[in-house]
Design a protein around this ligand. Sequence first.
Ligand SMILES: *Cc1c(COP(=O)(O)O)cnc(C)c1O
Length: 384
Amino acid sequence: MRKIHMVDLKGQYEHIKERVNQSVLDVIESAAFVNGPEVHQFQKELEEYLGVKHVIPCANGTDALQVAMMGLGLKPGDEVITADFTFAATVEVIALLGLTPVLVDVDPVTFNIDVDAVRRAITPKTKAIVPVHLFGLVAPMDEIMELAKEHDLYVIEDNAQAIGADYTSKDGSKRKAGGIGHVASTSFFPSKNLGCYGDGGAIFTNDDDLAHTIRGIVNHGMYVRYHHDVVGVNSRLDSIQATILRAKLPNLDQYNAARRNAARKYTEAFKGVDDIITPKGSCGSEEFICDQCDCHVFHQYTLRVLNTDRDALVQHLQGKGIPCGVYYPIPLHSQKAYKNERYNEADFTVTNQLVKEVISLPMHTELDDEQIEYITQAVIEFVS
Ligand SMILES: *Cc1c(COP(=O)(O)O)cnc(C)c1O
C-alpha cells in the first residue's frame, strides 16, 4: 500500500507537473512577478468559473477576510457575528480591526453556524454575519441572507474551505459558494481544495463599488498612482502562484469529485457502526453525499465518535501510519485571545461537545480504495 498522507500535494503534482513547471518557467522568463498578466488572467478565469462579477486576488485568506471587512467600512465597536467552531483566522481579523467578535454556536449535524443562535445574538450594534462554509459544506445561506436583510446586515462568506461547492436555494437556483453574500473571501493555501504552492487568497463580490474600494485597499489605499485615499494594506497574489492556480483551476471540479468519491466510500464503510456519525450534506438527506447538489466539497471528512476516547483513537491511527486531524480541539470562545465576559457556556453546548468528538480522516484527491479500506478498518476496530 502507498504511504497515507493527510493531504497528498506531491501525488497531485505528478499529474500536472509538465504544465506547472512550464508555466512557472514562463513567468520567470517574463520577469512579471507581481500583478503580471498571469494574475489578471487567473482573476478572469476564476470570475467565470464562480459566476461572480469581481475576483480580487490577494496574499492569503486571512487578508481576504480583513480586506473584505475594511471594504465594507466596518468601524470599531461594530459587532460581527461568526461561528465558535472554525479556524481562528475568522475571528482574528474581526478583533484586529477593533470590531467586536460575537461568537455563536453551530449546528451539530452540519457543523455550520446555527441561524437561530445568530438571530439571538443580533443587537443594534450588529453590522455583519460571517458564515464559514466549514469543511467544504455550504452554510444555510437562504436563511442567513433573509436574516441579514431583515436586520440590514452585511454577509461575508468565509469560503476558504468550500471553493467549487454549489448552493441550491429554496427557489431552485444554483450558485457557487462565495457568490451569495455581499462579499466573500477564500484562501489558496496549499492544502485547500484549490491550493497554490505558497500563500494566496482572493475576495469575491458582485458589487461594483465594493470591488473598486477593495482593489484600492489591497494596494495601499491607492486608486490613482501615489494618491492614497484610504488606509490600505499591501496584499498581492504573485504571478508564480497565479500561474499555478491557472494550471489547477480547470481540474477543480474533478478534484472536488475525487474528494466526494473518497467521502462516499468512507461513509459506506462506516454504515451501521453505532458510535460513528458520518458527515451529512446540507440538504439533510440521510442518504447524504449530495450527488444532486454538490453542496459539500469535503475540504475535510470529519466524523463524530461517540462513547470513544477520541484522543486515544488519534494515537491508535497514528500508530498504524494513518495521519488524522482534530479540527478544532478548542472552541474559539475558550481561547485565551478571544475570551469575553459576554459569553455563557450554556450558549455553546454543541461546540463544547464537538471539540471532544471530532476527528478528520485523510482527505485529498489521490486516495485509493486500498488506503480507504485500511483507514476505515482501523477506525472501526477501535470504535466498536
Ligand atoms: C485557511 C482558512 C483561512 C485563512 O486562510 P490563509 O490563507 O491561511 O490565511 C480562513 N478561514 C478558514 C475557515 C480557513 O480554513
